[in-house]
Design a binder for this molecule. Structure first.
Ligand code: 4PL
Length: 247
């Protein structure tokens, strides 16, 4: 295992499960001090332990401005800096169009888009003190496919992509990159807990390369964009979905 993240401090949100958990483990294995962030306290603790070294957990609802501010204050105090932030925290809903309400729309926007903004706003303020930074936001190939039963999620992830473009512009002067990875349907706890799990066969039919996507299939794209050598790439969205969408 190469050690691309020795000496780096990396926040991973949504670290309790799924793609976030796999990223936390990989960054830790490659030498990073991982701040494992999740609203699920036990899961965040387990992820920090799995990441090893001086990694630690912070319980945080990313939709709450005060909790996000407190998170970054704690990182500054305990780790002294912030080099990398992988924003994987998101809610993956399954709601039939006829049952979608404004309240449900807002529940998803609050975390997937408002929460991402809050994390990037205060995380990048901390990175600017470094003159270095890597932000990797987790998008979804559903923004290209228009995946059913999650119109609000698709809208939130479209916002993730376009916000990341603007963020790249704003943070370029500080040598901070901001990019997205857009996974396809992936075998995570959130997907297994929802009717999305019934879609694996259909999704596989559309993929250029056959198989069921696992969190560790997505990790390499994220780790690359989080690495020092990806310095010439910013504002981009990299699709990692075995070729389900290719347009
Ligand atoms: C193709 O991001 O990208 C289902 C559930 N199917 O969350 C997703 C596809 C889902 C997706 C997604």
């Amino acid at each position: 295992m190469s050690k691309r993240f020795e000496g780096r401090v990396a926040i991973v949100s949504g670290a309790a499960q799924g793609i976030g958990r796999a990223v936390a483990e990989r960054l830790g294995a490659e030498g990073a001090t991982v701040v494992a962030v999740d609203i699920l306290a036990k899961g965040a603790e387990a992820a920090a332990k799995a990441a090893g070294g001086k990694s630690f957990a912070v319980t945080c609802d990313i939709g709450d401005p005060e909790q996000v501010a407190a998170l970054h204050r704690q990182v500054a105090q305990k780790a002294g800096k912030l080099d990398i932030q992988v924003n994987a925290a998101a809610i993956v809903p399954f709601v039939k169009w006829d049952e979608l309400t404004f309240e449900e729309w807002r529940r998803i926007m609050r975390v997937n888009l408002d929460g991402l903004y809050l994390m990037c706003r205060s995380g990048s303020d901390l990175m600017r003190q470094n003159g270095y930074g890597r932000i990797v936001n987790i998008c979804s190939n559903s923004i290209f496919a228009g995946t059913p039963n999650m119109a609000h999620y698709v809208a939130s992830k479209g916002g993730v992509m376009t916000f990341t473009r603007a963020l790249a512009t704003e943070l370029g002067p500080y040598k901070i990159t901001a990019n997205c990875v857009a996974p396809g349907l992936t075998d995570t706890e959130s997907v297994q807990a929802s009717p999305h799990k019934e879609a694996f066969g259909f999704v596989e039919m559309l993929q250029a390369i056959k198989g069921v996507g696992k969190p560790n299939d997505i990790v390499p794209a994220i780790a690359f964009l989080a690495s020092e050598e990806a310095h010439w790439i910013t504002g981009q969205t990299l699709v990692s979905d075995a070729g389900m969408v290719r347009w």
